[in-house]
Design a binder for this molecule. Structure first.
Ligand SMILES: NC(=O)c1ccc[n+]([C@@H]2O[C@H](COP(=O)([O-])OP(=O)(O)OC[C@H]3O[C@@H](n4cnc5c(N)ncnc54)[C@H](O)[C@@H]3O)[C@@H](O)[C@H]2O)c1
Ligand SMILES: O=C(O)C[C@H](O)C(=O)O
Ligand SMILES: [Mg+2]
Length: 467
């Protein structure tokens, strides 16, 4: 169930109602009062802001119940999630103040011209004399925003701003959200190349498959900086990290488990590839029309590639058929495709990663009684398997060593680094993956990324702590 915080601004007429009645009414309707602020005290009437934690479904019940009380006027109901979005979530800050003409003549004309000339003579200096070395573009076309689908570039912006906040807070990376008003593959590639000079890396986000594959491949070939499609690789890396630990918890091995991956789009394709690289021998990729089977013929090149892999099963069927006997279910499709009956058909000690956002493939309350290890992509349940555990650290590392690419060894090293944050003694059903607030995550992912970049020859700079 999803919860939200609402703030109710109420005017109480003291002769008719007291606060005890209000609190009782809110609690009876399913709300939990978390704070009370007196906005205007008074003898006869008072105005208070009451913050209530409430399940999405019960929000209306709380408001309706209060409306029934005599002596209460509901002045306003605000949603705390919308409140934090007012005016957007990020801004650009100067690194130094401009206090006088002297400062002005250095940061701006005429002084700046000498710096421009110096970069013109040696373009590599852009890394030391501009924001390039620490700045990443978070770019979407708004076509696969979370599991909400093609909601367009304007509506995608809150997610991109959120990613930019996380880049900065967790990795110290300055990230800028860019929402493109085109779905044309060539135009997207051309536009990203054209705006690339100011950036040190490109993080592609929420671009639907199959276009995302060509966009990323071409940009990685044509740009001299790391290009990383977060929904593909960030997700695959964090899934492998979670699975390495979940398998330890249930005492099974990568080589022996049968894994069903539902939703073979951006995230699903990359997860399947990384599972195979990690040693999975029995893989069942499933999309809308059922299992993708070995030997089958498919229009999408990535599905065709999967159909040619010896580890992919040749048994056809719907998700509800093929989930029978599976040890692991990984969902990166859409909300609500499974129920309790389906997961009960899986093998004992089952692992379920229901990662569609914001609504997982199966409701956590429904799944939990039947599953040994359960994870979602959300922040409000234990075991949050979300690519936010990856992108701040992997870009921090890639920028620090000025990597040309983010290659497979760097990705695998990042997965192992995330898994290693949870020690053997800490591991349990409810704790297979570290919290994003665990400071070791970015430090370890950065370190592993740089080490692998140096070993594979893609690093163009050795950071001081590696010398
Ligand atoms: N937790 C995380 O870190 C994380 C990361 C990436 C994506 N996701 C989630 O995974 C989902 C997919 O994201 P994406 O970027 O891969 O999108 P995408 O559009 O590239 O792929 C989605 C795929 O799911 C398939 N699909 C849709 N409905 C299905 C169904 N009922 N059964 C089987 N397959 C179905 C589509 O045909 C498509 O192939 C989204 O909900 C997204 O929020 C979560
Ligand atoms: O944005 C997230 O929370 C994770 C992921 O990138 C997604 O698209 O769902
Ligand atoms: Mg995403």
């Amino acid at each position: 169930m999803a919860y939200n915080s609402i703030i109710l601004r109420l005017e109480l007429t003291h002769a008719k109602v007291n606060f005890g009645d209000v609190a009782h009414t809110i609690s009876k309707a399913g709300g939990d009062i978390t704070s009370i602020d007196v906005i205007r005290p008074g003898q006869e009437t008072s105005i208070r802001d009451i913050t209530v934690h409430v399940a999405d479904k019960a929000e209306k019940d709380v408001v309706d119940a209060l409306e029934q009380l005599d002596g209460i006027e509901i002045i306003n109901v605000s949603d705390s999630t919308f409140l934090v979005h007012l005016g957007g979530k990020i801004s650009v800050q100067p690194n130094l103040p401009i206090k006088n003409r002297d400062d002005l003549s250095r940061v701006y004309t005429p002084g700046v011209a000498r710096v421009c000339t110096s970069i013109h003579e040696n373009p590599q200096k852009a890394y030391s004399l501009t924001i390039k070395r620490n700045t990443v573009a978070v770019i979407t076309d708004g076509t696969a925003v979370l599991g909400l689908g093609d909601i367009g570039p304007h509506a995608a912006a809150p997610v991109m701003e959120g990613k930019a906040m996380l880049f900065k807070q967790l990795g110290g990376v300055d990230a800028f959200p860019i929402c493109l008003d085109t779905k044309d593959t060539e135009e997207i590639i051309r536009t990203i190349k054209a705006i690339s000079p100011i950036f040190g890396g490109i993080n592609l986000e929420d671009i639907s498959s199959p276009r995302c594959f060509e966009i990323e491949t071409r940009l990685a070939e044509e740009l001299d900086m790391p290009v990383f499609h977060d929904d593909q690789h960030g997700t695959a890396i964090v899934v492998i990290a979670g699975l390495l630990n979940a398998l330890k918890v249930v005492g099974k091995r990568m080589e022996h488990v049968r894994v069903v991956v539902n939703g073979i789009g951006a995230a699903g394709v990359s997860i399947c590839k990384m599972l195979l690289a990690a040693g999975v021998k029995r893989l069942v990729p499933v999309d809308r029309d059922g299992a993708i089977v070995r030997g089958g013929a498919y229009a999408y090149p990535m599905w065709q590639w999967l159909a040619e892999q010896p580890q992919v099963e040749d048994r056809a069927g719907t998700l509800k058929d093929v989930i029978e006997g599976a040890d692991v279910f990984i969902g990166v499709s859409r909300g609500g495709v499974l129920n309790a009956e389906d997961v009960q058909k899986m093998a004992p000690n089952r692992i379920v990663f229901a990662m569609a956002n914001p609504k997982p493939e199966i409701d956590p309350e429904e799944a939990l009684p039947h599953v040994r290890v359960f994870a979602t992509g959300r922040s409000d349940y234990p075991n949050q398997i979300n690519n936010v555990l990856v992108f701040p650290g992997i870009f921090r590392g890639a920028l620090d060593c000025r990597a040309r690419h983010i290659n497979e060894p760097m990705k695998l090293a990042a997965a192992r680094a995330i898994a290693s944050v949870v020690s053997e003694s800490e591991l349990n059903d409810q704790y297979i993956i570290p919290s994003i607030f665990n400071e070791q995550v970015v430090t370890k992912v950065r370190h592993a990324t740089i080490e692998a970049a140096i070993l594979t020859g893609t690093a163009r700079r050795i950071p001081p702590d590696f010398r």
